[in-house]
Design a binder for this molecule. Structure first.
Ligand code: 6PG
Length: 243
């Protein structure tokens, strides 16, 4: 794992740095693999980044978009991560509909949706059960309880290590989420974290010793690059040379 931590002065600088980093990954991926694959984070922090990506001139036909997690609601629901990304980015650009790989949330049972998406991912990446394909970039946020994607503290989803997708549980509400081994298979994982309310969780995530089922973002140890992009409000107490 190659871990880098950058503390940016404010949210504007955070978004600009994240955009720069993501754009730097697109052409090398297309040259090597013929396409660029990115999994998006939900929540509020990444929205201005999606708006910035939408105003970039990119080879949309070679860009494939996934989600690291989704709330168990339809895409037109205000809580939908897909809905947010479509309004901020995807509906603003000429990206083929087939390049948008939504997480299904319309099955009666969330476990059926998780299994369905697992199959969709295996077909897209031409891999079989037990294999963990590598996305080019996985974008993650972190909650003030140190959850990431929909991997919440002390939930069953943290125990799943033989699948790509599982069911998350936020206070009894189902979510669909990538598992941590699937996230860790990525070529590049980027955490985007802003706000002073995230400081206590960050301190635990960066602590030499702490329980990963209490602080699930500690489970994110990718085989490739790991970037922690923090704004000063969140990262001011973290030593810059963390790495
Ligand atoms: C979600 C996210 C979640 C998010 C964090 C941080 O669906 O809610 O994927 O993991 O990234 O909760 O959210 P904020 O950016 O809003 O603080």
């Amino acid at each position: 794992m190659n871990k880098k931590v950058e503390v940016l002065p404010d949210q504007g600088a955070l978004v600009a740095r994240a955009l720069e980093l993501i754009l730097s990954k697109i052409n090398p991926a297309i040259e090597q693999r013929g396409r660029f694959t990115i999994a998006l984070a939900g929540g509020s922090t990444p929205k201005p980044l999606y708006e910035a990506i939408a105003s970039s001139n990119l080879p949309w036909d070679k860009i494939h978009v996934f989600w690291g997690d989704e709330r168990y609601v339809p895409a037109d629901h205000p809580d939908s991560n897909e809905g947010m990304a479509r309004r901020a980015w995807l509906d603003q650009v000429d990206i083929p509909a087939a390049n948008i790989h939504s997480m299904p949330t319309n099955e009666g049972e969330p476990a059926i949706s998780a299994a369905k998406h697992e199959q969709q991912l295996q077909e897209f990446f031409h891999c079989s059960s037990g294999e963990f394909p590598a996305l080019d970039v996985v974008l993650l946020g972190m909650g003030d309880d140190a959850h990431t994607a929909s991997l919440f503290p002390h939930t069953e989803a943290l125990q799943v290590s033989d699948r790509l997708v599982t069911v998350g549980n936020k206070d009894g509400n189902p979510r669909i989420t990538f598992t941590y081994p699937f996230i860790n298979a990525a070529h590049c994982v980027i955490f985007l974290v802003a706000g002073a309310n995230k400081k206590p969780a960050l301190a635990q995530v960066f602590a030499p010793e702490a329980d990963s089922s209490t602080y699930p973002s500690r489970l994110i140890q990718p085989q490739g690059e790991l970037w922690w992009l923090l704004d000063a409000a969140a990262g001011s107490e973290l030593k810059k040379d963390e790495g």
